[in-house]
Design a protein around this ligand. Structure first.
Ligand code: FES
Ligand SMILES: [Fe+2]
Length: 431
């Protein structure tokens, strides 16, 4: 009997960041990198806080955490939504309490009753004479955070020098505007899980896994369908694919052929094996606009905001994955409805959300299991990197089953951590 050949012990540094397809596993497990992310990513990017429909009247507010810091967005009696660090300038107590509430005009801190106006000014201090000349109220207003309202969504950013919001969205702006048109929030769900926030955002961008991890759903829908995968300047990404429900690949190809005047064939197998001709690739690109409007889209805005838009808006979910710690994340699902729709339609949307993407939904249960097991597996030192090279090729468009959107994310993540500008691929010219 021959002795089993000894396998070489992989070096921890093997495959350190040398390729866009290899992502260091320490990105998910290193406490130092987590602190760096807080400073270089979460303080410097825009975070979704809520929808304007959740701030319906003067005094409405919502609280959140950005980069671990408590913040609040608060609608003034003048109707303007402002953002503040939600910490009393006396001794730090949160001034606006709970996840949401209504506090018109001003708020009195629960601890020593300092009072702040809805513009953030310190307007009242009990027994002020005890301070003598030592307290200039104008220096003790709530510290502002930047707020951007876009397409009905309210985003906030801690860094006063953060990029203008529409510039930050880049090519993603027009789609976000379109997806959010005529919508309002009809439900929310949130859950914590013991894993790094990037495992959740990786998962949202990954359409390689559903046919396996969500096998039950894939089978119920008669298999998976092909689609496209785009990088949107500057670094956000979008997956598009035809709507579920009676989906038939031959019918889709025939319809597309008629529309384009081309004899187009598409098969799931072709798509997965990347066996398209140049003509097919062109046709698929041309079909993109149609897919976006009438099919399904998974839309990812760096760093942690995702949107899923199904079949003409039949389901619209927003998700935000907020890190609480290196291996602790809170995921918030926001279920959108269309303004003016019937109660029955609302009920259907909420049930669909709860059944699929909610905290106990079929899809979430699968994704949570995989993410938690990934966090556990990544603790090992057997290999230094995770492989995200599926469908690696030049250009800004890929196959739906590729790990393309993940690479978009990690490329941008690297650019923030290294503090170097992102370099976009050529090959996809957006109109
Ligand atoms: S901590 Fe707010 S008034 Fe003292
Ligand atoms: Fe999934």
């Amino acid at each position: 009997m021959t002795a089993q050949a000894e396998r070489p012990t992989p070096s921890l540094d093997r495959h350190a960041r040398t390729s866009p397809m290899l992502v260091p596993r320490r990105n998910y497990t290193d406490p130092g990198l987590f602190e760096e992310e807080r400073v270089k990513i979460f303080r410097r990017t825009w975070q979704l806080i809520c929808h304007t429909s959740e701030l319906p009247e003067a005094g409405s507010y919502r609280t959140a955490r950005i980069a671990g810091e408590p913040v609040a967005v608060w609608r003034g009696i003048d109707g303007v939504v402002r953002g503040f660090h939600n910490a009393c300038t006396h001794r730090g107590v949160e001034v606006l309490l709970g996840a949401k509430g209504t506090c018109p005009g001003s708020v009195k801190c629960m601890y020593h009753a300092w009072t702040f106006s809805d513009k953030g000014d310190l307007t009242g201090v009990p027994f002020p004479r005890a301070y003598g000349e030592g307290l200039d109220k104008s220096e003790y207003g709530l510290t502002p955070v930047k707020v951007a309202e876009f397409a009905g969504l309210v985003f906030a950013a801690i860094d006063p020098a953060v990029e203008n919001f529409e510039d930050y969205l880049g090519e993603a702006a027009r789609y976000l505007r379109e997806f959010m048109d005529g919508t309002e929030v009809i439900g929310r769900a949130r859950w914590d899980y013991p894993g790094n926030w990037k495992l959740w955002t990786d998962n949202f961008r990954d359409n390689y896994h559903p046919q396996f991890l969500h096998r039950m759903i894939a089978d119920g829908r008669g298999g998976m369908q092909p689609g496209r995968n785009y990088e949107l300047a500057s670094g956000h990404s979008m997956l598009t694919f035809p709507a579920y429900g009676g989906f038939n690949i031959e019918k889709y190809a025939a319809g597309l052929s008629a529309e384009l005047g081309e004899n187009l064939t598409l098969t799931v197998e072709d798509s997965a094996s990347r066996g398209h001709t140049a003509q097919e690739q062109e046709a698929r690109l041309a079909a993109w606009e149609r897919d976006v409007r009438h099919g399904n889209t998974i839309f990812a805005v760096f760093p942690n905001f995702d949107l899923q838009y199904d079949a003409d808006g039949s389901s619209i979910f927003l998700e935000v994955a907020t890190p609480l710690g290196l291996d602790s994340t809170v995921v918030e699902l926001i279920i959108m409805g269309k303004v003016g729709e019937s109660a029955a339609e609302r009920k259907r949307r909420l049930e669909t959300g709860a059944d699929s993407q909610g905290s106990w939904g079929k899809i979430t249960a699968d994704d949570l299991e995989a993410s938690v097991r990934a966090q556990s597996g990544l603790q090992g030192t057997s290999l230094a990197t995770s492989h995200m090279g599926r469908g690696l090729k030049p250009g800004r468009v890929g196959d739906k089953f590729d790990e393309y959107s993940l690479r978009c994310f990690h490329k941008l993540w690297n650019s923030y951590i290294d503090e170097e500008p992102i370099v976009l691929e050529k090959g996809f010219v957006h109109e």
